[in-house]
Design a protein around this ligand. Structure first.
Ligand SMILES: Nc1ncnc2c1ncn2[C@@H]1O[C@H](COP(=O)(O)OP(=O)(O)OP(=O)(O)O)[C@@H](O)[C@H]1O
Ligand SMILES: [Mg+2]
Length: 600
């Protein structure tokens, strides 16, 4: 089977959170940048066309003003009723007031022109009337393009210092039918001011030939315009719409431009901005967004790491603890670190190990008891076998010894020997009887017995013997105890064994043996015998219920007292156990089921 890659949960959580955050942040960033860009583009396009339309409108009204003045000049000039000297005076007066006008020329087709010049303006630009006349000769007005009611306008800059346009109008007298031409050379200063108004947008005006009339950079006046590069713009002249927006590339630079017709002398207005400048804020925003996104992702990574650690740390602890449990050590406790599901899991885990521990303890206790009782059963069988074999010959020996004693004279030297035989045989018989009792060969009847009475009787029998050995026998008997199912003689014998063992353990030193009775919550009666003797070590404690186990010198103890007691208590469906520690005395616990349930 292919080995699965081990990826810690911490890492999985981290990666998942990071992936989600990165995707969300990227989507937000991308959409915000896209929206902002679209919004910016729409507003830039709008702005260029609005500026173009406004500039066209203002240029038109400015140029209309020039045309009206020129028309007034023309009417005076070609008024047949006015005497010539008055005409000249009037015209000269008007010219002085006309401001932007540098020169005005009037003529009828085929006749000599009449011209007025602003000598000061020409002079300050280093020009003379002759220069103006020469320029006109070199750049004749395209007469074929002149139409009545239409104004012809074109750039006519003579010197850099004095940028000018030339405006020509063709007027016809409806009565006489004669056609007159009025021509004005006008400073471009007012138009240049219009073009200079925006710092961000490059604004310019061009004449019908594509020559710049005005631009923020006035050095470019008279040059050909960027209009040529955008054929769409040339077509604009024939389009009904006043303004349009175009995107184009100029000298390797991407631009957005708004273009409009001035509706006067076929002039056009252009307003353009490089895309780099237009989208500067959008790009700044995008850069900021990217930086803040990276920061957000980094913060998110940090938080995810801490979060993942918080989640997985307790799980790791649990996993370690589980491995310990798997090795059979149930004594582990995991400290719950949170109040969530993982905290609950830790608590359940602790509960589980606690449960396992107590079950294991109960199991090993039960196992010990089983071993003990099996051992006892084996001892019993063995003992019973021996007792049976020995009992009859022993009865024979005792019988013959006693018959011989009766027939023998007391002076006979063998009489003493026979007495010894009788005494030792009796002792053997007692041992055999005890062995048989332990092996439960003799079943006795169990009747309702008052536990306190049993205790009192046993105490009465041995109290004197204990007192003689400086051992006090104390009683602590619970009142109103239910009766137990038992045999008083046998139970008395058990208690006496325990009292005497206690007294013997003190080896003549003063002390006390205490007996108590009580009703347990389990419904059983507990008889407890404790002494202030030296106690036992673990090794002795494990063997005390075995037949013939004794620590007493030979002839003093048979080692059958506790094993017989054990057998008796088992016959009573009870339990006998001991708690003892060296230097801390010994306590025996006997529990016996009650005979009847108590009434009221
Ligand atoms: N109260 C006690 N304090 C200390 N050791 C005890 C106590 N009761 C019993 N023992 C130990 O348990 C052993 C076995 O006791 P058990 O009553 O079965 O036999 P025994 O007293 O030695 O002899 P027997 O009872 O036949 O005279 C004792 O020899 C003694 O070592
Ligand atoms: Mg004993």
């Amino acid at each position: 089977m292919a080995k699965r890659l081990h990826i810690p949960i911490r890492f999985k959580v981290l990666i998942t959170l990071l992936a989600v955050i990165t995707v969300v942040v990227s989507l937000i960033t991308f959409n915000m940048a896209k929206l902002f860009h679209a919004d910016k583009e729409a507003s830039i396009r709008d702005l260029t066309s609005v500026i173009a339309a406004n500039t066209a409108e203002e240029a038109r009204s400015l140029l209309s003003g020039y045309r009206e003045k020129l028309q007034v000049f023309g009417r005076i000039m070609f008024d047949g009723k006015l005497p010539s000297d008055q005409k000249v005076r009037l015209l000269a007066g008007l010219f002085e007031e006309s401001g932007d006008f540098v020169a005005v020329t009037f003529y009828e087709k085929g006749k000599n022109p009449f011209t007025l010049y602003d000598a000061n303006a020409l002079g300050s630009a280093g020009l003379s009337k002759a220069d103006v006349q020469r320029y006109r000769l070199e750049h004749p007005i395209p007469m074929d393009r002149l139409r009545r009611e239409k104004v012809f306008v074109e750039n006519s800059t003579l010197a850099e210092k004095l940028p000018t346009l030339t405006m020509v109008i063709l007027q016809g007298d409806p009565e006489t039918g004669r056609e007159t031409i009025a021509e004005a050379v006008v400073r471009l200063d007012s138009l240049l001011r219009l073009a200079r108004r925006s710092v961000v947008f490059d604004t310019y005006l061009v004449d019908s030939r594509g020559i710049l009339l005005a631009r923020a950079d006035r050095n470019q006046v008279g040059m050909r315009t960027p209009v040529d590069w955008t054929p769409d713009l040339t077509n604009l002249k024939y389009q009904p719409s006043m303004v349009t927006t175009l995107e184009y590339s100029l000298g390797g630079e991407e631009k957005i431009g708004g273009f409009g017709r001035v509706e006067f002398g076929e002039l056009l207005v252009g307003v353009e901005i490089p895309k780099t400048a237009a989208y500067l804020t959008a790009r700044d925003l995008l850069t900021n967004l990217i930086y803040s996104s990276i920061l957000m992702v980094m913060v998110a990574a940090f938080l995810s790491f801490i979060w993942a650690d918080r989640i997985t740390h307790p799980v790791e602890l649990l996993s370690k603890a589980s491995r310990v449990v798997a090795q059979g050590k149930f004594d582990v406790h995991v400290q719950p670190t949170s109040r969530d599901e993982i905290g609950e899991l830790a608590e359940s885990f602790n509960q589980m190990t606690h449960e396992l521990k107590s079950r294991e303890d109960a199991l090993s206790e039960a196992q010990n008891k089983l071993i003990q009782s099996e051992k006892m059963a084996a001892f019993g069988q063995l003992g019973a076998g021996i007792a049976h074999e020995v009992k009859n010959p022993l009865a024979g020996i005792l019988g013959y010894a006693q018959i011989s004693l009766r027939k023998m004279d007391q002076e006979n030297p063998l009489h003493k020997n026979l007495l010894v035989i009788e005494k030792e045989t009796k002792r053997c018989k007692t041992i055999i009887d005890n062995l048989l009792r332990f092996a439960r060969q003799e079943k006795v009847a169990l009747d309702p017995v008052d536990p306190n009475t049993v205790v009192e009787d046993a105490v009465a029998i041995v109290e004197h013997q204990l007192n003689m050995n400086k051992v006090k026998l104390e009683k602590d008997l619970a009142l109103d105890l239910p009766r137990i199912k038992g045999n008083s003689n046998q139970l008395q014998q058990v208690l006496m064994n325990l009292f005497i063992n206690g007294q013997q353990s003190m080896e003549g030193k003063p002390g006390s043996v205490k007996v108590s009775t009580r009703l347990l919550a389990s419904g059983q009666i507990e008889l407890r015998v404790s002494d202030t003797g030296p106690g036992m070590d673990e090794e002795i404690r494990a063997k005390i219920f075995e037949p013939f186990f004794t620590t007493k010198p030979s002839g003093k103890g048979t080692g059958l007292g506790l094993s017989v007691s054990y057998g008796i208590i088992k016959d009573h469906q009870g339990e006998i156990s001991v708690e003892s520690e060296l230097g801390k005395g010994t306590t025996f616990f006997i529990t016996i089921p009650v005979h009847e349930s108590r009434v009221g």
